[in-house]
Design a protein around this ligand. Structure first.
Ligand code: SAM
Ligand code: SF4
Length: 320
């Protein structure tokens, strides 16, 4: 079992399988050159061996993210191998949805349990403005395909002032109509994002929803930092609000980057390199790196907007 020095059980690992992406979202990697290639990616068969160790040590949930994970064309074989190794581990994927129409069934057949699709707007031109891609038709088709093959879907929306804050309710209603669960994510300031962006916080998001619906918080049933709410019509949605003081108390996760670095926290610079251990298949060294990263997990993130201490680490590197 992996338990950190503050008694939190670490059962969830997020793995970024590539830093590359076909989008250039304003809040993530707006200035990354179009032709950027991730030259340090670990082969997925090596990552698999690391994850087997993590599962043996008590990891129960794996989320595959990036960059855009569906840019790795051997991803479904990787998921099948993980599923074959552990029938019970929860396997989830976060994607921008652009390639989902092609991959939804393959992913489902490989043993993926669930999907998070990032979608910040239902307006075609606006998505182009946010992501620098004319992507809405592809994403919407991909969502319908994923729904058809029976993958449970959550939608991640980052509400931004003056950009898409007028769609907080529209996005909620779109998700309720389609059987998706919407999760609003507070914009997390970082030095790679467009510095003029301002996010809506939890209170502001709830105020907009309350203009139309009566809502109540749902008592926490799952471990992890997301909060859930229920509307009077029975619909549910979630908010990830890392600006809140109590956010880190229930943190149960660590992150592995595509180059093999284990990050114990998004907003904490120290990390443990497991790259050589993973590339050489050194089981003892991989286990040690895993345990060290859990041991190093800080009690709270080191994030202080008032002192302008933004994370220098890119989200497309850590996987968000
Ligand atoms: N490309 C995939 C996608 O967009 O879903 C996976 C990687 S992306 C880094 C993972 C999640 O991080 C997405 O839901 C995205 O909206 C979120 N994200 C990226 N930058 C963010 C930021 N600065 N603040 C809050 N969420 C962010
Ligand atoms: Fe790409 Fe996802 Fe970052 Fe957008 S949020 S640029 S889709 S990695």
């Amino acid at each position: 079992m992996l338990v950190d020095t503050f008694g939190r059980k670490i059962e969830y690992i997020r793995i970024s399988v590539t830093k590359q992406c076909n989008f250039r979202c304003q809040y993530c990697m707006p200035d990354t050159p179009e032709d950027f290639l991730d030259s340090s990616m670990i082969p997925l068969d090596k990552t698999l061996e690391f994850l087997k160790i993590a599962i043996n040590e008590g990891i129960k949930k794996i989320r595959i993210t990036g960059g855009e994970p569906l840019l790795r064309d051997d991803l479904s074989d990787f998921i099948s191998s993980l599923r074959a190794y552990s029938p019970s581990v929860e396997l989830a994927l976060t994607t921008n949805g652009f390639f989902l129409k092609k991959y939804a069934k393959i992913l489902k057949d490989s043993g993926l349990d669930r999907l998070n699709v990032s979608l910040d707007t239902l307006k075609e031109n606006r998505l182009k403005l946010i992501s620098k891609r004319d992507a809405l038709p592809n994403v919407l088709e991909g969502l319908q395909e994923a729904k058809k093959v029976g993958l449970p879907i959550k939608i991640n929306m980052v509400p931004l002032k003056g950009v898409n804050d007028d769609e907080v309710l529209d996005m909620l209603e779109f998700c309720l109509e389609n059987g998706f669960i919407l999760r609003y994510i507070e914009f997390m300031e970082n030095s790679h994002a467009n510095s003029s962006l301002k996010g809506l916080n939890e209170r502001e998001i709830l105020a907009l929803i309350s203009q139309k619906y009566t809502l109540s918080p749902i008592e926490k049933q799952t471990i992890g930092p997301a909060k859930s709410f229920r509307l009077e019509n029975g619909g549910v949605f979630g908010i990830i609000a890392p600006h809140n003081d109590d956010f880190c108390k229930s943190c149960n996760r660590i992150r592995l980057t595509s180059e093999g670095t284990i990050c114990p926290c998004l907003y904490y610079q120290e990390a443990v390199s497991a790259r050589e251990a993973i590339l050489s298949g050194d089981i003892t060294a991989m286990k040690e790196a895993l345990k060290l990263s859990v041991h190093n997990k800080p009690e709270k993130n080191q994030w202080d907007n008032e002192q302008n201490q933004h994370s220098a680490r890119a989200f497309y590197y850590t996987g968000g």
